[in-house]
Write a protein that binds this ligand. Sequence first.
Ligand SMILES: C[S@@+](CC[C@H](N)C(=O)[O-])C[C@H]1O[C@@H](n2cnc3c(N)ncnc32)[C@H](O)[C@@H]1O
Length: 224
Amino acid sequence: MQEKSVFLPIAEAYDRWSPSYDAYDNPMVRGASLVVERLGPALRGKSVFEFGCGTGRNLLAAKALGATQAAGCDLSSGMLAQARQRGPSLRLFQHDMAQPLPLDAGSFDCALFCLTLEHMSELVPPLAEAKRLLAPSGRIEIIEIHPYVSLGGVAAHFRLGQETVHMPTFAHGFCDYLNACAALGLFVTACREWRPMDFGDAATGKMLKRGADCPLLVQFTLQA
Ligand SMILES: C[S@@+](CC[C@H](N)C(=O)[O-])C[C@H]1O[C@@H](n2cnc3c(N)ncnc32)[C@H](O)[C@@H]1O
């Protein structure tokens, strides 16, 4: 049978992906969860808000790591339905991350972006909202596809039966992140390039596809 490629708006694409998203063998999703696991000390005893929280897998991981409160927003009702089912105690909003949230300023210790900024044409609006939500000495954690890879054409997509589903994505270079931070008065307190070899035996075959030392993900820690 002939394979088909379809291009869908974000919410519709993720609604379709939602039932299989967590089980899908995706190297970026797997790598990002290994990075989130390493956020342990930064999350223990803290409140966390995730922009584009999807199925809630990172929020549940944050709670398992000791976060006191976990909340998030997402555009896709399908992804949020998965999150509600898995984590009934999660506080979830169906909301566009580029728009102001109905939450008080200064109400979270950590704002997390994990594999979501590739869907935003502009980085300033979601980062501005993350900064507004931060409590004093709070931090923003960004974990995204590494610019080497995304500028090379790798972007979110998935297969569903005979179809490959694509959706709007925007490759961001290091300048895009740094200029957004500069515009908002956010300081980069740490930046790490994650390579498959950094994950040892946990690196899957798909993560190793471009080589053990080819950067897969980038992580920025920001403070106001
Ligand atoms: C690759 S998934 C990542 C989900 C989750 N952060 C994770 O690591 O599993 C990207 C998510 O971003 C959400 N998303 C994309 N654009 C968004 C927007 N403008 N506002 C809110 N959520 C958005 C999608 O619906 C999807 O759930």
